[in-house]
Design a binder for this molecule. Structure first.
Ligand SMILES: Nc1ncnc2c1ncn2[C@@H]1O[C@H](COP(=O)(O)OP(=O)(O)OP(=O)(O)O)[C@@H](O)[C@H]1O
Ligand SMILES: [Mg+2]
Length: 387
């Protein structure tokens, strides 16, 4: 296994037609620990695939360094980087059986030229047996032993996906690179394969960089998540820390479903010993602990943020909560265990997620409790989180 270090990595493409430069990856600094499962997540076009292709050696870096283990690999060709890739289109050879698809790379690497094979049949047999052992072991792990003789076209999408994984596993790489490997699977199979991949990683403990634009996949799979936007790394941390302490408005809005509510044009005041955020139409009183961090913002404009799950139906909250505000419920979406409430709070259109036992009714008022402990405030110019 090996750690992977991206140091001040940049990639600039020159668009063939307009001759304009596209900065696909900008000053990316990222360290993936030995044995870690790191998820790269971000919207379409943010530079995920470009980053992966640079690590794989399929794309030259414009500037910066890539280290795999202790070695700078900028000038090392892909086949010598000791990595294995699984991409969205599994790229299996259609005319080869599953077995041969998995064996192909190993035979290329392990078997000597044909005249040497003929000159030394004993040694050749030994190598073929060791290739076979690797394939049988991987097939067993992935539960594809029964399909080893089939051609890829006779397999389901999920089975093909596992063959592509098997082909990567038998190479025993130091690093796995996976770029949206589950996106061709239907929703149920995706969830199942997600789980299988996590188990596989627990077993093999191979350093993995996994690309997705799906924030649920990122949250459930990543030991850490690196969130990218416009070629720039926004934040890299554990799923919990990213969810609880998003570094800026982009991350706050990207991670979490339904997304965080933002109220722009809010102002900060001190009332007694406690800061109050005036959102126009409603106000939120924060705990005195937030006083220091907000000191520089008193009397100034900020952006208020609150996740839907922190706007609760008062009838579901025990005791006498603070920050209770009368809202108007417009639409209710039943999700099963929970309900999404589309509410108007002081004239702002917000979303609240509450337990399905809510007393909320469409086109009726409802008292909403704002959980001030879990609110966020952002600098309106830099969009960075104040907390
Ligand atoms: N060969 C290329 N020539 C010019 N521009 C490119 C090239 N490859 C990628 N780009 C541009 O670089 C940016 C990043 O692309 P990239 O494929 O890395 O995005 P991504 O995050 O993988 O997106 P997606 O989620 O859609 O796969 C995009 O603006 C894209 O148009
Ligand atoms: Mg991509």
């Amino acid at each position: 296994m090996a750690k992977v270090i991206l140091r001040n990595l940049n990639k600039t493409f020159v668009d063939q037609q307009s001759k304009k430069e596209v900065n696909a990856v900008k000053d990316l600094d990222l360290e993936i620990h030995d044995g870690e499962f790191m998820v790269l997540v971000g919207p379409s076009g943010c530079g995920k695939t470009t980053t992966m292709r640079m690590v794989a050696g399929l794309e030259e870096v414009t500037s910066g360094e890539i280290l795999i283990g202790e070695r700078v690999v900028n000038d090392v060709p892909p086949r010598d980087r000791n990595i294995a890739m699984v991409f969205q289109n599994y790229a299996l050879y259609p005319h080869m059986s599953v077995y041969d698809n998995m064996a192909f790379g190993l035979r290329l690497r392990m078997l000597p030229p044909i005249w040497e094979q003929l000159a030394n049949p004993g040694k050749t047999k030994e190598i073929k047996a060791s290739i076979d052992a690797k394939i049988q072991a991987a097939a067993k792990k992935l539960d594809i032993t029964d399909y080893l003789d089939r051609k890829p076209k006779a397999l389901s999408g999920g089975q093909r996906q596992r063959v592509a994984l098997g082909r990567a596993i038998v190479r025993e790489p130091e690093v796995f690179l996976m770029d949206e490997p589950l996106s061709n699977l239907d929703a149920k199979l995706r969830v199942q394969t997600r789980f299988e991949l996590i188990n596989l990683h627990r077993e093999l403990k191979v350093t993995t960089i996994y690309v997705t634009h799906d924030q649920v996949e990122a949250m459930t799979m990543g030991q850490r998540i690196a969130v990218m936007n416009n070629g720039l790394l926004q934040q890299c941390d554990t799923p919990q820390n990213i969810y609880r302490h998003p570094a800026n408005m982009f991350v706050a809005g990207f991670i979490g479903m339904p997304p965080m509510n933002f109220v722009k044009g809010a102002t900060v005041q001190m009332e007694g010993a406690r800061p109050v955020i005036h959102c126009g139409g409603f106000s939120v009183t924060l705990s005195a602990e937030r006083t220091n961090v907000l000191a520089a913002y008193v009397g100034k404009e900020v952006v208020f943020g609150v996740r839907p799950e922190h706007l609760n139906d008062k009838s579901l909250v025990s005791g006498t909560p603070e920050n209770v505000i009368r809202a108007q419920v417009e639409v209710i979406e039943q999700m099963g265990a929970t309900s999404n409430l589309y509410i108007s709070l002081g004239g702002h259109a917000l979303v609240s997620v509450v337990d399905a036992s809510t007393i909320a009714k469409e086109n009726a008022p409802l008292d909403i409790v704002i959980d001030a402990e879990h609110c966020h405030v952002f600098d309106k110019d830099t969009e960075k989180a104040i907390f």
